[in-house]
Design a protein around this ligand. Structure first.
Ligand code: AR6
Length: 173
């Protein structure tokens, strides 16, 4: 991978809700009305006005993305995307790649410069992290090659084991 692209990607361990970036991405479900995992953490930290804004959107299909304000979060925006529930079929990877691509396109529309992604679908939705990481990194690298406005994509991983996977996969690109 070119240094120019590598310099625009970071890997961090920790809680995505603490990041003061232009946008954090939420691994939501299609109702956009909250849930467990990172979705629950984002709604708790953003406060009830986030839920009120999400209600007005009226849901989001798998693979697509919607944007709201960050409300009480340090991040300005939350980009809600709905990952696939892992089934082992080829369409899983297409939906997961769409999540990253559509989130990044929305980010560009809103002049977002730094965007943080959790490991979409890798929790409750059961996507094997190694496979999900290949898709996440490939899709983001392809996007960054065409786009000059996003300055930083940060992959924020909850577990140290996931950090190791992302670090190794990114090194191999
Ligand atoms: N910061 C960063 N990563 C986190 C955080 C956090 N605060 N909390 C959890 N993770 P999941 P999914 C990691 O289950 O698989 C929800 O109920 C977690 O360790 O949050 O896409 C939604 O409403 C895992 O690696 O999302 C949906 O119903 C990753 O985030 C469903 O779960 C994603 O795990 C979506 O499932």
């Amino acid at each position: 991978m070119e240094t120019e692209i590598r310099d625009r990607i970071d890997i961090k361990q920790g809680d995505i809700t603490l990041l003061k970036v232009d946008a954090i991405v939420n691994a939501a479900n299609s109702s956009l009305l909250g849930g467990g995992g990172v979705d629950g953490a984002i709604h708790r930290a953003a406060g009830p006005d986030l839920l009120a804004e999400c209600r007005k959107i009226g849901g989001c299909p798998t693979g697509e993305a919607r944007i709201t304000r960050g409300h009480m979060l340090p991040a300005k925006y939350v980009i809600h995307t709905v990952g696939p529930i892992y089934s082992g079929k080829l369409e899983d990877s297409k939906f997961l790649a769409s999540c990253y691509r559509n989130s990044l396109s929305l980010a560009v529309d809103y002049h977002v410069r730094q965007i943080a992604f959790p490991a979409i679908s890798c929790g409750v939705y059961g996507y094997p992290v190694e496979d999900a990481c290949q898709i996440a990194t490939d899709t983001c690298i392809t996007f960054l090659k065409k786009d000059k406005t996003i300055e930083k994509i940060i992959f924020v991983l909850f577990s140290v084991a996931h950090v190791d996977v992302y670090t190794r996969v990114l090194k191999s690109k």
